[in-house]
Ligand binder design. Structure first.
Ligand SMILES: Nc1ncnc2c1ncn2[C@@H]1O[C@H](COP(=O)(O)OP(=O)(O)OP(=O)(O)O)[C@@H](O)[C@H]1O
Length: 858
């Protein structure tokens, strides 16, 4: 069957199209509004529907058209609108030399049809312009995974081949598109891998032939996955756009071309150039397969125009047949009719994807400008106008291989994970789990950890309280020690010889005893508090150990929880340090106070002794021995501090020293240690006062006795190195030493001074009594030096003073008093001494001067 112009016009008749549109509008609720801008307005919500992009290109006049002086029937208004068969500039019609109104009735009326397309290229446009306005943007879609098609339609000699293939001077859009493709691929090779293959085939007389291989007739096959494929077609891999050029040239050689009246190089077949691209994403191994089809259709032709006969005529008929099928498909697609007759021709079967399927399509309608091709141009424009309404359903191509590979990968990973979990579960059930899973805290573990945290907090709190109490206890023990020292000093000075019990009681001894009792009561209270805290601490420690044991039976804590507990334990151990520091501060303050007291005592005693010395000397009762004793005393006073300091290095009983200075750390492990106070102070409650004091101060006396005994030993040694005349003084110290040195408990005090080495065999008390009587007589006889009389008049003196006085009296040698230091402290001391002496004289003194002074100072 040969199709002529009437058949084609019928196929693309706007009237027919109108009827079909009305039918569709009645049968479908979806309405398609006519496009006025070249872009169809989609009424559906399916955004994947996109219209075919329709581009019109007007070729320039060819030689024949120019020679015939034909009229231009296409006027390009702008890049989107043209007017077909525009009105001509009318020359006036004259009848009998009179210009007539109205048109020339002999002339055909101009159609003046306005067409709007996506893009219109005038006759001056180059292939570069066409490429940039048509297929350049397709490359992005192509590499995004969309199939793309470009086909050139038009009458024979309208410039389809020129647009698609071009010339050497002006390469066509096929080459330019592939060149752009390679350019884009080059930019994406870092993340994606590309494999390109090209094929070039022709449909000639309804036969499919491979233009790049001599393969004979090929057959089209429907593939459910990939659509229509050409069986036996062998794509050729290319690496650059330049390779494509040679391939196209080679293919074109094989293409069926014959000269016709309309076109010297008329293509008698539909040429289909396809680029197959396999894209592999390097990151996730995703594979995409896309296809770019570029089709140079054979031109529709009128037999009269081509002048073809015979074979050429048959060719033309086949061409028209396939184009007619294409027109029918386009009409149905544009009208939204479900049945599309793709199978009517091999061309439509091959273009199935490009027109109505998964593809982004660009149609380039080529037209001639001349009135000589008036009908062809008109038909082509109507054809293109219909094609605008076609909507394709483009979607991204994602290879099934990617899904399978992805699923395989996921399945393998999950299998590995299941194996790991199974092995962990087995280990957990067998109780040998050491993995990180085993250490993950569960609810029970978290509860245990929470309880342990609270217990450790409580333990720290209790230990801090215990250390505070222990510090207070040690300070109290030290104060008791100093009180005992004061008592001893007082005792030595007030219980000499004839001093009565009343006088002794009237001294500061009873007050000291009261203080001692008070301190002891305080220590008892502290001890009771420590006892309570200690018991609480023991119960907390027991609970901690129980939790630890039960927790270890289940499983150990994970690293995080364990490190938190370790931190708490470390905090508990460290809390000893600030408490110890605080205790040392208090202890040093106490030592400083005591040192000041002792210094004051020494000053006062030195002044007193000097006064007495002067009195005795004034009375002329100073003996040599007294004077020697005085000198030795001065020597001792001078060197006393030095000896003290050097002795501090000789402390060898470190444990006893630590009793006062160091706080114990046994609270850290209460279950394996006794309470701090119990470890240091023995419990005996025999006597009320002395024994009790002794018990309380067991540790205290041990420490200080040792220390002091060292002092005494040193002093003794020093004295022995001098002369035998020091013996009396030595004996004085020596007889005190055994009380502290040999007994941990305080022994009853010896109140009689003995001097075995003394020439005088009488007891010191007797001597004192004797001397006291002598002094009394001396005083009564008024033999008192004027100087001394002016300063003081001793009427009543304490027994100790009298004893010292007698000693001084026995010293007959002259002694120059030490130069007094004129400073404020000494002046104050002198004033205090005067007050004391006056009291002594009046017999009003009820306490020891030192004691009163010191108390007043404090
Ligand atoms: N835009 C243009 N600029 C310059 N010359 C053109 C242009 N378009 C077409 N021609 C020329 O017109 C002639 C016919 O063009 P072409 O062969 O491309 O037509 P065709 O549509 O492919 O015809 P057929 O369908 O018969 O193959 C050629 O000699 C070509 O060089």
């Amino acid at each position: 069957m040969v199709f002529n112009k009437r058949d084609l016009e019928k196929a693309f008749s706007p009237r027919r199209a109108k009827k079909l549109t009305e039918k569709v509008q009645l049968s479908s609720s979806e309405s398609v509004k006519p496009s006025t801008s070249g872009t169809a307005i989609m009424s559906t919500q399916d955004t994947s529907e996109i219209s075919i992009k329709v581009i019109v290109r007007v070729r320039p006049h060819n030689e024949r058209e120019l020679q015939d002086n034909s009229r231009t029937v296409v006027e390009v208004v702008d890049d989107k609108m043209l007017i077909f068969d525009p009105k001509e500039h009318e020359t006036p019609f004259f009848f009998h030399n009179v210009a007539q109104k109205g048109r020339d009735m002999l002339k055909k009326q101009n159609k003046q049809l306005q067409f709007i397309f996506d893009r219109i290229f005038s006759s001056t446009a180059t292939n570069t312009n066409v490429f940039e306005g048509s297929t350049k943007n397709l490359i992005t879609s192509l590499l995004d995974g969309y199939n793309c098609s470009v086909f050139a339609y038009g009458a024979t000699g309208a410039g389809k081949t020129h647009t698609m293939l071009g010339t050497k001077e002006d390469l066509g859009i096929t080459y330019r598109t592939v060149a752009e493709l390679f350019s884009e691929i080059e930019k994406q090779t870092k993340h994606r891998e590309f494999h390109l293959g090209v094929s070039y085939l022709e449909i000639y007389n309804e036969n499919v032939q491979d233009l790049l291989h001599k393969s004979g007739q090929l057959h089209l096959r429907e593939d459910g996955r990939c659509g229509v494929v050409v069986a036996g077609l062998e794509p050729i891999t290319i690496q650059s756009a330049e390779e494509l050029l040679s391939l196209l040239a080679e293919g074109n050689k094989n293409r069926t071309q014959h000269p016709t009246d309309a076109n010297k190089e008329s293509s008698r077949s539909h040429a289909v150039f396809q680029v197959y691209i396999k894209i592999i994403n390097k990151l996730d191994s995703q594979v995409q397969r896309v296809k770019l089809s570029m089709i140079d259709l054979a031109g529709s032709e009128r037999a009269s125009a081509t002048g073809c006969k015979g074979i050429r005529f048959k060719e033309g008929a086949n061409i028209n047949k396939s184009l007619l099928a294409l027109g029918n498909c386009i009409n149905n697609l544009a009208d939204g009719i479900k049945h599309i007759p793709f199978r009517d021709s091999k061309l439509t079967r091959l273009l199935k994807d490009s027109l109505g399927g998964n593809c982004r399509t660009v149609m380039i309608a080529n037209i001639g400008p001349s009135s000589l091709t008036y009908e062809d141009t008109y038909n082509t424009l109507r054809y293109a106008n219909r094609a605008k309404k076609i909507k394709s359903h483009a979607k991204k191509n994602v290879s099934c291989e990617m899904h399978v590979a992805g699923y395989i990968k996921i399945v393998e990973e999950q299998k590995k994970e299941i194996d790991i979990l199974k092995s962990r579960l087995a280990a957990f059930e067998s109780g040998t789990l050491q993995s990180s899973l085993a250490n993950k805290p569960n609810k029970l573990m978290l509860e245990m950890h929470c309880r342990l945290t609270k217990l450790y907090e409580k333990k720290k709190d209790l230990i801090e309280k215990l250390l505070t109490l222990e510090s207070s206890d040690k300070i109290l023990a030290c104060r008791i020690l100093y009180k005992k020292d004061a008592d001893e000093r007082l005792h030595n000075l007030t219980t000499v010889g004839c001093v009565s019990v009343e006088e002794q009681n009237a001294s500061g001894k009873s007050r000291i005893n009261k203080s001692l009792h008070y301190f002891q009561r305080q220590r008892d209270s502290l001890k009771a508090q420590m006892q309570a805290i200690w018991q609480e601490l023991c119960s907390v420690e027991t609970e901690i150990q129980e939790i630890n044991i039960s927790q270890q039976k289940v499983k150990s804590f994970d690293e995080n929880l364990q490190s938190k507990l370790s931190l708490q334990i470390s905090d508990i151990e460290k809390c000893w340090i600030p408490n110890m520091q605080h205790h040392m501060k208090k202890f040093c303050n106490l030592l400083q106070c005591e040192r000041q007291s002792v210094n004051t005592i020494m000053k006062v005693m030195s002044n007193t002794l000097q006064n007495y010395y002067n009195i005795v000397k004034g009375y002329g009762t100073m003996t040599d021995k007294m004077q020697l004793e005085f000198k030795e005393l001065i020597k001792l006073l001078e060197g006393f501090r030095n000896i003290k300091w050097s002795d501090s290095d000789t402390i060898n009983d470190e444990e006893n020293f630590n009793v006062f200075t160091c706080l114990s750390m046994i609270g850290m492990d209460p279950l394996n240690n006794p309470m701090p106070a119990e470890s240091e102070i023995s419990e005996t409650n025999d006597d009320k006062c002395d024994d009790r004091d002794t018990n309380i101060l067991n540790s205290t006396f041990d420490a200080t006795a040792s220390e002091r005994n060292n002092d005494m030993d040193n002093i003794t040694n020093l004295c022995e190195s001098n002369s035998h005349e020091n013996n009396m003084l030595n004996d004085k110290f020596v007889q005190e030493i055994p009380r502290e040195k040999t007994n941990s408990k305080m022994t009853p005090r010896k109140r009689i001074l003995s001097d075995k080495n003394s020439e005088n065999t009488s007891t010191p008390s007797k001597q004192i009594k004797k001397q006291l009587m002598n002094n009394k007589s001396t005083v009564q006889n008024g033999r008192v030096g004027k100087e001394n009389m002016n300063k003081q008049k001793p009427i009543q003196m304490s027994a100790k003073s009298i004893a010292i006085l007698n000693k001084l009296k026995s010293n007959t040698t002259n002694f120059t008093p030490l130069p007094s230091r004129h400073n404020n402290a000494e002046e104050k001391t002198d004033v205090a001494l005067k007050v004391i002496r006056n009291k002594e004289r009046r017999g009003l003194m009820t306490t020891h001067p030192y004691h009163k002074y010191v108390i007043g100072k404090r």
